[in-house]
Design a protein around this ligand. Structure first.
Ligand code: ADP
Length: 168
């Protein structure tokens, strides 16, 4: 019996964008299953808590009817999470050159921690290559239109957050 090829796509996803969704859709064409793993221990202070980030991702996965994707979260070391899930592949997206430095070091370190792991990089699609969660948060905060960067439900929730903040 062939073993199932499970790949973990880790990230902050604060919040999910069309860029992330593109990587997920392309990922399931390569692997049998993708686990989107929302990181819980980031030093970045996220605007959405882990449950909210997971729920947004789940919503989009079912809305777009993307098959073979699980949505989960993890604390601590990514390699420990992979061991727990019996997965040996990490998927990451590469946008601009500046992503490379960080991703290079990160994949080296993961390899040192767990030699059987391979990190697979998918190049960002041209039309999403400049989209980041940080950018869409900033644009929304100042009232800009981000409807071509992230799905409607994400934008709605993001606006709610900033309206709440503004009324504090
Ligand atoms: P992290 O804080 O771990 O970088 P992110 O949520 O910002 O988490 O990103 C998760 C992964 O998705 C990273 O590998 C990142 O490079 C990739 N990614 C983010 N935005 C895009 C995009 N627009 N196109 C392709 N990959 C992307």
């Amino acid at each position: 019996m062939m073993t199932e090829r499970v790949a973990v796509y880790p990230g902050t996803f604060d919040p999910i964008t069309y860029g992330h969704i593109d990587i997920i859709k392309r990922g399931v064409r390569i692997f049998d299953k993708i686990i989107v793993a929302v990181a819980n221990n980031m030093h970045k202070s996220p605007i959405f808590n882990v449950e909210e980030r997971k729920n947004l991702i789940k919503n989009i996965i079912s809305q777009d009817n993307i098959k073979n994707v699980d949505v989960d979260s993890f604390d601590g070391l990514l390699v420990d999470y992979l061991k727990q899930k019996n997965a040996k592949i990490i998927i990451r997206g590469l946008r601009v050159v500046t992503d490379f430095d960080y991703e290079f070091v990160y994949s080296m370190m993961n390899k040192k921690l767990y030699n059987e792991i391979e990190t697979v990089f998918l190049m960002a699609s041209e039309k999403y290559s400049f989209i980041s969660s940080t950018l869409i948060k900033e644009v929304t905060k100042f009232g800009g239109d981000i409807s071509s960067y992230s799905p409607g439900i994400v934008i709605e929730k993001l606006k709610e957050k900033y309206n709440k903040e503004a009324n504090k």
